[in-house]
Design a protein around this ligand. Structure first.
Ligand SMILES: [Zn+2]
Length: 270
């Protein structure tokens, strides 16, 4: 029997769903663009699965992917997910994965340092999203660059955020997204040891069969993403062309970061 060849499932990464009047971030996708993107996915016959479901099936678990599958992920836990994204997802019967930075939750209390990047979801809204079938994943406690942390803080960030989400939601948390997409072999090993079955990075590529489940690549949707570009990457076409510059930057920067981390270790060992 010949195995059926199917295109890899695109995993899309969103942040805020907000217009220019509400956010200056180039990653903030205006609600009107987001509505057009979901409308297109629906009309083109896409069905959504959560990142956890995709990872499980890629790992040989039970279940089948729909003919045309796509994964919608949302990072950080911005409040507009509740106001803007959830009603539209519901309209099309779509699901999604929401990666929540637990220390940034609006009613999580004061931050030890810095400030929240915007108006964030509160715990009851996260719980409501979970109740509506949205997968809630981890995104660390305070959004550090995990690959630059000493082992103990890395462990605290990974275990603390997972435990807090599970306590609040009363359900297991299957995976995480690395803040900024940054990970290293040590970070991936700690994520696995913390009990995560999968993790999303950035990468701006498609997850290939046999891909490391602790480093699933995602495609960045940003304010400037046009409908033709959106259509092409959901159809798994021209990804290297659309993301050429991003991919080169990610690769080059990964090397710089590895060198920096290695130098840091040398210094700590002094
Ligand atoms: Zn983030």
């Amino acid at each position: 029997m010949t195995a059926i060849r199917r295109p890899p499932v695109p995993i899309l990464m969103y942040h805020e769903i907000a217009g220019p009047a509400d956010s200056t971030s180039h990653l903030a996708v205006p609600p009107s663009s987001f509505a057009r993107q979901l409308g297109y996915l629906h009309d083109a016959g896409f069905q959504t699965v959560t990142a956890a479901t995709l990872a499980e099936i890629m790992n040989g678990g039970a279940g089948r992917l729909p003919e045309r599958a796509v994964v919608l992920t949302f990072d950080d836990g911005f409040a507009d997910f509740y106001r803007q994204a959830l009603p539209l997802l519901d309209r099309y019967g779509f699901t999604a994965t929401l990666y929540v930075t637990t220390g940034w939750v609006q009613d999580a209390g004061p931050l030890p340092a810095g400030q929240r990047p915007g108006r964030m979801l509160c715990w009851s809204q996260v719980a409501e999203a979970a109740g509506a079938g949205i997968e809630i994943g981890a995104h660390s406690r305070l959004h550090p660059q995990l690959d630059q942390l000493p082992r103990r803080r890395l462990r605290d960030e990974l275990r603390g955020s997972k435990a807090q989400l599970e306590d609040r939601l009363g359900r297991p948390v299957a995976g995480l997204a690395y803040p900024f997409g940054y990970s290293s072999a040590a970070v991936r090993a700690e994520a696995r040891a913390a009990g995560h079955g999968y993790a999303c990075a950035v990468g701006n590529a498609l997850p290939r069969p046999g891909a490391d489940p602790l480093a699933l690549p995602r495609l960045t949707v940003r304010r400037s993403t046009s409908m033709p570009a959106f259509r092409q990457f959901t159809q798994s076409r021209n990804i290297p062309v659309i993301f050429g510059k991003d991919r080169a930057l990610t690769k080059g920067y990964a090397m710089v970061r590895r060198t920096r981390a290695a130098l840091g270790q040398v210094r700590r060992g002094d």
